[in-house]
Design a protein around this ligand. Structure first.
Ligand code: HEM
Length: 470
């Protein structure tokens, strides 16, 4: 069964099949199933809910006219789809018409299977029914999931606060330090219509950068973990996206040390985060049945976790996409200007990431190239799946991040650092976060930041410039 699905999936991916082939193709079997079951974790076969293909098929199934349906599909699946869409009264345009919200519902229609899916996908692509560059698709139930993730995270913070002096972030809890930086824009690699937002002018922005470990728990830096680099530009004019942040002069970029994220959907993030709070983050990727493992997610996670950084001076990526104006999307990376040392020091102490950073910045400055890569093809560089890296798009340098020689570990600066809130939605509309994971973050980051500041009785204010604490 799996082998058969694999073969049809490969054919599907090749996009083969022409009108004349469709005519001579027998209808799909009545009970053929082509969509990955909802509870299946494997992504080796079939069409995945939320994927580019799934969005194309759903758009066709929900909006195609009767003539289009009968032109594109064989008579039997066309009958099935048309009848299913019209509801019990069999009349189009009445109150009981059905809108398909999952491809599994389309797959459940009699006689709709692999060949019908391929025909619907191809027609949708040729007729503008598939996502275009920078286009988002909002899925049913997202808001409720974001609320649920926020509620769970708040509970966890409350629980941990009972045994701690501080209410900490439930993600990226441990900071290695906040350092002063200057970000100098060089937009010469951008097209004129891409010179917008913070890339509009070749100017310098003062910035704060917070380096962190990803885990909810403060642990030894030699433990396998994601590493974060959060950049906050200041003196950025213009109204920002969030109501609460509208008049602030900050623009944030959040990056981690892998090119692709290890969670595909808000549902999966909820499952992942439940496991992470139980100290079992890795069990999200596995199942008793190896065919049900989250293979792509696991590969992405391993790339992040197997890195053994010698210091926070390493390469980081946004993993999720961001608008660059209308109808265009990009991802970001920050790459050290010089060589990257890797390998934990032999005698690595508990906080060696902040110690190595402190040693390096005591000796001299550090620098990163800040680059973006453009979304070139919405099918292979999807907006709604951040587990897929945009490997075929080259990075273009747009700024240099200079971190001057400095100290940053005074008690006052550590407290200042703890009280900062980095949020991808602290942004100009030109750089609006895109995709399901980013939409979830819009709800969660604000809720968590509000809560921990309240519990810590700390001011929740955006910085307006560099402060020298020592
Ligand atoms: C649904 C998905 C995600 C959720 C719910 C989530 C949640 C959170 C939360 C609650 C925080 C702490 C915020 C605060 O208290 O100020 C945080 C921090 C962070 N997240 Fe995420 N996150 C998600 C996805 C991502 C992704 C895709 C990245 C990739 C770049 C990322 C990178 C970071 C970084 C770097 C920080 C630390 C920011 C800092 O230094 O303050 N997160 N995340």
């Amino acid at each position: 069964m799996k082998l058969r699905l694999l073969v049809v999936a490969v054919l599907f991916a090749m996009g083969c099949g022409t009108e004349s082939e469709q005519d001579s193709t027998p209808p799909d079997g009545e009970s053929d199933s082509f969509v990955i079951a909802e509870d299946s974790k494997s992504d080796a076969n079939g069409v995945q809910e939320g994927s580019y293909e799934a969005i194309c098929v759903l758009n066709f199934a929900n909006t195609a006219s009767r003539d289009e349906i009968y032109d594109v599909l064989h008579r039997w699946p066309a009958d099935g789809l048309w009848e299913a869409r019209n509801g019990v009264d069999a009349e189009p345009g009445t109150a009981d018409d059905v809108t398909f919200t999952t491809v599994e519902q389309v797959d459940d229609v009699d006689w709709v299977g692999f060949f019908s899916f391929r025909a619907m996908r191809n027609y949708a692509e040729e007729n503008g029914l598939c996502p275009t560059l920078g286009e988002e698709t909002v899925f049913e139930g997202e808001d409720a999931l974001a609320d649920e993730i926020a509620r769970l995270s708040e509970e966890e913070i409350q629980k941990n606060f009972a045994n701690d002096t501080l209410a900490r972030r439930d993600a990226h809890a441990k900071a290695h330090g906040c350092v002063r930086a200057n970000v100098t824009i060089d937009n010469s690699g951008l097209d004129p219509d891409e010179r917008i937002g913070v890339f509009a002018e070749n100017r310098q922005y003062p910035a704060w950068i917070r380096f962190s470990n990803g885990n909810p728990v403060i642990q030894n830096d030699t433990e396998r973990d994601a590493r974060g680099m959060a950049i906050k530009l200041m003196e950025v004019p213009g109204d920002k996206v969030l109501e609460r942040h509208r008049q602030e002069l900050t623009q944030d970029f959040l990056l981690i040390n892998g090119p692709a994220f290890f969670v595909r959907t808000p549902e999966d993030y909820l499952e992942f985060t439940k496991n992470a709070f139980d100290g079992e983050a890795l069990s999200f990727f596995f199942d008793l049945n190896p065919l049900e493992w989250n293979i792509r997610e696991l590969t992405n996670a391993l790339q992040i976790l197997l890195a053994k950084p010698a210091s926070p001076i390493m390469q980081y990526w946004s993993t999720t996409p961001y608008a660059l104006g209308e109808g265009a999307a990009v991802k970001y990376t920050a790459k050290p200007c010089g060589d990257i040392d890797s390998g934990f020091p032999d005698d690595a102490p508990f906080d060696f990431m902040s110690q190595t950073l402190a040693e390096r910045l005591a000796e001299g400055p550090e620098c990163f190239d800040f680059m973006l890569q453009r979304q070139l093809d919405p099918a292979v560089m999807p907006i709604e799946d951040s587990t897929i890296a945009w490997d075929d798009s080259e990075f273009v340098k747009v700024a240099t991040i200079d971190i001057e020689q400095q100290t940053f570990l005074s008690d006052e600066q550590v407290e200042f650092c703890e009280n900062l809130s980095f949020n991808p939605w602290h942004t100009l509309p030109e750089h609006k976060p895109l995709g399901n994971i980013n939409r979830t973050r819009r709800v969660v980051y604000d809720a968590i930041s509000l809560m921990r500041h309240e519990l810590n009785m700390a001011p929740r204010a955006e910085p307006t410039g560099h402060i020298v604490f020592d």
